[in-house]
Design a protein around this ligand. Sequence first.
Ligand code: NAD
Length: 297
Amino acid sequence: MTTIIDGNAIADRITADVESCATTLSEAGVKPGLATVLMSDDGASETYVSMKQEACEEIGIEGFHYEIDPDAPATALFERIDDLNTDPSVHGILVQLPLPDHVSKEAVLSRIDPMKDVDGFHPENVGRLVAGNARYKPCTPHGVQKILAAEGIATEGADVVVVGRSDIVGKPMANLLLQYGEGGNATVTVCHSRTADLAAKTRAADILIAAAGVPEMIDGSMLSEGVAVIDVGINRVEADAEKGYELVGDVDFESAKGKASAITPVPGGVGPLTIAMLMYNTAKAASLQSGVDVDLP
Ligand code: NAD
């Protein structure tokens, strides 16, 4: 029997806890605030930002949203970030990636006040994560950790193979799994586009985490019996559907399901957790900045 992991249900439970923290903060006079900034015409980015704003509204976080013309100079974005850094009603700042080519991602991420960096991408927060003293864990890898915990999939001593080494998913995922303590203590292999004989690596996994951004590149033949499969990939592929596309993961769900003990679907797997953990980080940011204690799980 393969468990099809219900990411929405896990995210709902976390969101309910975050909502109660948001209420505690608001009752203490600190309504958590999240600012999203979009400098892109990309449809997927627009969708992600509006989902994040909707989540804020649902759980009592004040959402602020700013759009910057993708052709504007980088200084337009820098000035917006500077304003948000000093705005006391904003506890978290999220600049939606990717950015236009003429805007340096590194310069943008370094400009955000690390206390308001709810994505956890500022070099100070990356350093803290690597050192085992994370302030804000990056949302998607943190969400994967929450899925594994919710499903009782132990990481301690497990051989975990992460496919992808991006700064947003692959690297922080590997770092979280390497840490001492709950959700860590794994033996981690990180694979990427230059990895030789990927299938040999993925077949050795007790837990496979796919974050390559290549539609259905991992199929059942690359997996061992009983593996737990977490598919982070969200890829738009052409389809007859009303929108003209459908979403698929990096894993070929049907063939992988035949081998896996548990597997996340796309959509409805990791995606909902990413948003839930962003809300979590925003409540944490409001708590850290105000000194009002909350009981985040
Ligand atoms: P990215 O393009 O920045 O990184 C992809 C990584 O995969 C790279 O390190 C690359 O070396 C590796 N890779 C690419 N092709 C490969 C191959 N053939 N074999 C082995 N490794 C290969 O992407 P990203 O931002 O890390 O996102 C990865 C995927 O996860 C995308 O589909 C993205 O849409 C999705 N994503 C989902 C969520 C979510 O909430 N579920 C959040 C972030 C990203």
